[in-house]
Every structure is written in structure tokens, then in C-alpha cells.
Unconditional design. Structure first.
Length: 255
């Protein structure tokens, strides 16, 4: 009897232990699942928060480029790093106005930062852009600013295009303006920027402007541009373009 009770007691204890282990494992697994769900929720929240912060930063940057960005201005990712800020574009347009130019040919208009500024200052403007998507955005954005009627739009490579002939602009009263591609954000790594890295190259643009017969040409360039290179190519004037106490770029002028 005692032996039987012992055996029964042992079996009972073993069964109880098994039940306890099952409950413990269930609780353990439940806690793991709960922890993983909390982590997933937390990660989603962090990703959402980071996404919102990125969107806010992009909007702030876009508003520096176009004050009417919230009204439907279109800017693609490449143009986000290529367009002249509106404040600076307006300053360049004011300088052109002070110099007495009635016409401007914007040779690399992109999404329209400088083109819109020139037209907004009452200057008859020709917008030339080789990338068709950017040209469509330029037309769209100029409509938002209400200056599209003062702009002639052309699709093509400016260095192979006689814009004066196509527009009928008086060469003696026409400025050739160009903000060529700098090669993306990596240009910042250059202590002194080699102007032959521009697309199109500076020498090619100068050759085009001089052979076409513009009164003067102006180029929007990195602030670290090689000044000796500019001087060797006949640069007559350099404007340092500041915004919020920081030099963003330079404008180099050539006869």
C-alpha cells in the first residue's frame, strides 16, 4: 500500500510538474510574442516618425527653391539638388535688370528656378532644356507663377541650338545665362572645383555664347570654382551669392 501510494504520488507529482512546465512554456512563449509585437509596433512607429521627419525636411528644402511649392510645384529628386534657390534666383534677375537686359536665354533651365525669376522681373525669357521631363515641369511651374506667357520653351541641347534666331531676340540686349550640372552632391568634396567637370563643360558653353553673338554670358557655378580657370577664360566679374549668411554659389560673367 505504501509502495502503491508512493508510486501514485510520484506519478501525480510528475503530472503536476508537466502541467507546470506546459504553463510556464506557454507564458514564456506568450511573453516572447508580446515582446516581438511591441518591437514591431515600435519599429513601425520609428520608421513612420523618421519618414515624417524626412518629408518635413524635403518640404522645407522645396519651399526654399519655390515659395509656391505647396500650390503644386513639381520637382523631381535630381532637381531638388540642382535648382537655384528662389531668393538667389531673384537676386540674379535683379542684377540682369540693373544691367539693362531685356532678354535672357536660360540655357539649362531645369524645372524653372531661374527662368521663372527672370520672367517675374519683366524680362522676356527663353527656356532651353534637354531633359523633356524637366522641361514639362518648368512649363507647369511657370504656369503656377503666372509667367508662362512671357517665356518661350525649347527642348534641346543649348550648345547645338541658335536660340537668338529662333526667338528673334536682339543679341545686343540679350544675356545668355546657364546653370550647368555640377555633377551631383559630390562636388562639395572638391576644395577647388575644376570647371571642366561641368556638364556641359564651361569652355564649350563659352564657345557657344561667343559664336552665337550674345552681349554677355553669366554662369551659376559652385562657390569653390577655380578662380584662375575663370580668369584664363576671360571672366570679367564674379558675384558671390549669399543666403542666410552663407555663400551658396557664384555667378561668373563673361563678355
Amino acid at each position: 500500500m505504501l509502495r502503491f501510494n508512493y508510486m501514485w504520488s510520484a506519478r501525480h507529482c510528475h503530472s503536476t510538474a508537466n502541467n507546470f512546465n506546459l504553463v510556464s512554456r506557454f507564458v514564456y512563449l506568450f511573453n516572447i510574442c508580446n515582446f516581438l509585437l511591441e518591437m514591431q509596433y515600435s519599429n513601425n512607429f520609428v520608421r513612420l516618425n523618421l519618414h515624417n521627419q524626412f518629408e518635413a525636411m524635403q518640404r522645407t528644402k522645396a519651399l526654399r527653391l519655390f515659395s509656391k511649392y505647396d500650390e503644386g510645384v513639381r520637382i523631381n529628386k535630381t532637381m531638388m539638388y540642382s535648382i537655384t534657390k528662389e531668393v538667389i534666383a531673384n537676386k540674379i534677375a535683379e542684377i540682369c535688370k540693373q544691367k539693362g537686359y531685356k532678354y535672357v536665354v536660360d540655357g539649362c533651365s531645369g524645372a524653372g528656378g531661374n527662368t521663372i525669376a527672370f520672367a517675374s522681373h519683366g524680362i522676356q525669357t527663353a527656356s532651353v532644356e534637354y531633359n523633356q521631363e524637366n522641361l514639362y515641369d518648368c512649363i507647369h511651374n511657370s504656369e503656377i507663377y503666372g509667367v508662362n506667357e512671357d517665356i518661350q520653351f525649347f527642348h534641346g541641347d543649348i550648345t547645338y541650338f541658335d536660340c537668338l534666331k529662333e526667338t528673334g531676340f536682339d543679341p545686343a540686349q540679350t544675356l545668355f545665362f546657364c546653370s550647368p550640372e555640377w555633377g551631383g552632391p559630390n562636388y562639395i568634396q572638391n576644395t577647388v572645383f575644376d570647371l571642366e567637370q561641368l556638364q556641359p563643360r564651361l569652355t564649350k558653353l563659352l564657345k557657344y555664347a561667343r559664336e552665337t553673338g550674345y552681349a554677355e554670358s553669366c554662369y551659376y557655378l559652385p562657390r569653390s570654382s577655380d578662380l584662375e580657370q575663370l580668369e584664363r577664360n576671360g571672366c570679367t566679374e564674379v558675384n558671390y551669392m549669399f543666403q542666410a549668411g552663407r555663400c551658396d554659389a557664384i555667378c561668373a560673367w563673361f563678355n
